[in-house]
Design a protein around this ligand. Structure first.
Ligand code: SAH
Ligand code: MG
Length: 200
């Protein structure tokens, strides 16, 4: 990464934090960028662009990488368009402004990164695992959900939050019991699930 890009990325991160946009943590993004290098990932489908931080980070980490990323929030999508232009990555990052569950995506990807509405993870997985290449991976962010997933439910005062935590736990069981996919869970960042096909 050249100096100028490094500065831009730091500014993007600072700005996102100020606006309370839940971008990936430093440790999480570090893992993800190393992952795309190590596994020679060239095609990524990202669910949940926000302002483009994770997409830009992955694209900068691997110059061969192309990304299709979906975002349903208009303001964030527009911000991401602007950011990606600033980095000159328009030719490698394609943004789709739509609800991912209503989006038909063509083609195969060697990494699907799920980082959108946490209560919908099973739906995202079932829909987009059809777009996964034979040797591909699915990585899901926020499996710990800021530590709430490991907390006693009684300690979680908000009903919405309890519902969300339950959904994440259900997703975890869904992955653990999946016949076709095996998953490792990592405590890195806000918790990552790294999934691949069983028959390899
Ligand atoms: N991957 C980003 C952070 C994404 S935050 C990064 O680390 O830089 C999660 C984003 O997913 C939010 O911007 C939210 O608007 C979006 N989102 C949630 N549900 C969605 C859906 N069903 N379809 C598309 N985007 C969704
Ligand atoms: Mg996340």
């Amino acid at each position: 990464m050249v100096d100028n890009q490094y500065t831009l990325l730091r500014e993007l991160k600072k700005h996102a934090k100020e606006e309370n946009i839940p971008i990936m943590s430093d440790k999480g993004i570090n893992y993800l960028t190393n992952f795309v290098i190590k596994h020679h990932i060239e095609n990524v489908l990202e669910i949940g662009t926000a302002v483009g931080f994770s997409a830009i980070s992955m694209a900068l980490a691997n110059p061969k990488l192309k990304i299709v990323s979906i975002e349903r929030d208009e303001a964030r999508y527009l911000e991401a368009v602007k950011n990606i232009k600033e980095f000159g990555l328009e030719d490698r990052i394609t943004l789709i402004f739509k609800d991912a569950l209503e989006t038909k995506v063509e083609g195969e990807f060697d990494l699907i990164f799920i980082d959108a509405a946490k209560g919908q993870n099973i739906n995202f997985f079932e829909k987009f695992s059809k777009n996964l290449s034979q040797e591909g991976y699915i990585i899901t962010d926020n499996m710990k959900f800021h530590g709430y997933v490991d907390k006693d439910e009684k300690e979680i005062k908000s009903r919405n939050l309890r519902g969300l935590v339950r959904k994440i736990k259900e997703y975890k069981v869904f992955l653990e019991e999946n016949e076709y996919f095996k998953t490792t869970f990592s405590d890195i960042g806000d918790g990552l699930a790294i999934t691949e096909r069983i028959e390899k």
